[in-house]
Design a protein around this ligand. Structure first.
Ligand SMILES: Cc1cc2nc3c(=O)[nH]c(=O)nc-3n(C[C@H](O)[C@H](O)[C@H](O)COP(=O)(O)OP(=O)(O)OC[C@H]3O[C@@H](n4cnc5c(N)ncnc54)[C@H](O)[C@@H]3O)c2cc1C
Length: 444
């Protein structure tokens, strides 16, 4: 059966669902299609859902600061208590960005926080330990693997301190947050179809630009199809698969690739209720990030330091979902250096999922060379926090381009609805030069 829509969104993760909501409440008849059984069951479900503002570029920091306000105003943004399952919670535990004596990421971040007037405190080492006495403020870096003889070397230097952003935090249930967005979208007439795979993207010669083509809809694995003048690729780690389906391979200067990533869970050290009293820490000195997790656990991710192998994945439907002993030890023992009382459990706990990494670890929010076909991809392990603002930006982009605006020649600048900050969508273009200011890591 074929049904007609104003827009089909491929994917119902946190960003795809937010886009469904944003387009539907601005009057478009939308359909989100997802091959998994519910909203947010893809990479969103395994997101650490950390909301921080410590990016390397002005546009990255502006997006994330604007993005934070959607979480801080979650109920209002959604239009009330829209979900029978309840609403996801934004826990503002703050972020401590570790300052290394030899310099590092904080040197890029501080001027950007100043420029954008984002509240922060510049803590000394003593202030860091006063607030979080469970931390050893020694320098252990540069990051190493535990099988490197220098891993356990006696430290000879101390950290400088930390940049403290009190408004940062994490969302307690990322899958629920995508479901909240689904319900908010449905309240405006949006439709969601699950356990349904998009297998073909249809197009026809462009009526105006004779050399080009324009999307007309999608075909589904169950034999159904949907027509729409607008189709958006929000397929997470499958973004490359969907772009190939649309015939767009080789048409974008910035490419995306799936990268395997492990996140581990450990119990707080004895006598420390890290789940309720801890903060999110960006520890470039040891090469990890960590944050409180429910049940007085600690969640540990990796900043992918150079010494760790990067595992690029060819087929996003085929990768090892088991935690490896080597990476478990690397991440947990790195935390044990920063938190010396941490017990190192013999039982491995955590998750494995894929980042959809762009060449410069900055997302692509853009139109494409196929008329009516848009992308919100390359989210590089760091765009959960931006779901609301990314959806707003894409909706404005779609409205402008469909009304005839030449976004490639004159990139759209969106005004953040909460902060009033200017967000230049040229920074997220598919055809930008690789951004040399990027950290080329999850820090964007
Ligand atoms: C381990 C991990 C930790 C992370 N931590 C953070 C963090 O702390 N902070 C942060 O800001 N970001 C983080 N991220 C990144 C963030 O989670 C993602 O950027 C975000 O969830 C992407 O949402 P999405 O909607 O674009 O994609 P996804 O949630 O991946 O959704 C894409 C959907 O598309 C569907 N799909 C794919 N192909 C098809 C098809 N052919 N037909 C139909 N459906 C299809 C999939 O089933 C999937 O549900 C992390 C990511 C990972 C993997």
């Amino acid at each position: 059966m074929t049904e007609g829509y104003d827009a089909v969104i491929i994917g119902a993760g946190v960003i795809g669902s937010a886009l469904g909501y944003e387009l539907a409440r601005h009057g478009r008849r939308t359909l989100n299609v997802d091959k998994l059984p519910a909203a947010g069951y893809g990479s969103t479900s395994n997101s650490c859902a950390i909301v921080r503002f410590s990016y390397s570029t002005r546009d990255g920091v502006a997006m994330s600061w604007e993005g934070q306000h959607y979480w801080a105003n979650w109920r209002d943004y959604l239009g009330g208590d829209v979900d029978e399952r309840g609403l996801a919670e934004f826990i503002q535990c703050g972020t401590a960005l570790i300052k290394k004596p030899e310099g590092g990421h904080h040197e890029r971040v501080i001027p950007l926080l100043d420029e954008l007037d984002i509240p922060y405190e510049d803590w000394s080492r003593d202030e860091l330990v006063e607030r979080f006495p469970m931390f050893d403020p020694s320098v252990f870096g540069p990051p190493k693997r535990p099988d490197d003889g220098a891993f356990w070397a006696e430290p000879t230097q101390q950290l400088l301190g930390a940049v403290w952003t009190p408004d940062a935090g994490y969302v307690n249930d990322p899958q629920l947050s995508a479901h909240n967005l689904q319900r908010a979208a449905e309240a405006h007439g949006a439709e969601f179809r699950f356990s349904t795979e998009v297998v073909t993207i249809h197009s026809e010669p462009h009526a105006v630009h004779r050399s080009g083509r324009r999307v007309t809809g999608v075909e589904l694995a169950d034999g159904g199809s949907a027509t729409a003048p607008i189709v958006v690729n929000v397929a997470g780690p499958h973004s490359g698969v969907i772009n190939r389906m649309a015939g767009l391979e080789g048409t974008m200067r910035i490419q995306t690739r799936p990268l395997r990533h492990e996140v581990h869970h450990v119990a707080s050290p004895p006598g420390v209720a890290y789940g309720s009293t801890g903060c999110h820490v960006q520890d470039g000195d040891t090469g990890i990030y960590f944050r409180p997790e429910s049940g007085d656990n600690i969640l540990i991710g990796s900043e992918d330091p150079d010494c760790d192998p990067r595992e690029w994945i060819d087929d996003p439907d085929d990768f090892d979902r088991e935690i490896t002993q080597a990476q478990w030890e690397a991440q947990v023992l790195r935390l044990a250096r920063r938190m010396p009382d941490l017990g190192v459990p013999s039982q491995k706990r955590g998750i494995v999922d894929l980042y959809d990494v762009a060449d410069d670890w900055i997302p692509i929010y853009d139109r494409t060379d196929l008329g009516g076909f848009y992308v919100a991809i390359g989210t590089s392990g760091n765009q959960y926090k931006n779901a609301g603002v990314a959806a707003d930006c894409l909706r404005e982009l779609i409205d402008a381009v469909e009304a005839g605006h030449d976004h490639d020649a004159e990139p759209l600048v969106v005004t953040g609805r909460y902060t009033g900050l200017a967000i230049d969508l040229g920074a997220f273009s598919r055809n930008r030069d690789v951004n040399p200011d990027s950290s080329f890591s999850v820090n964007g």
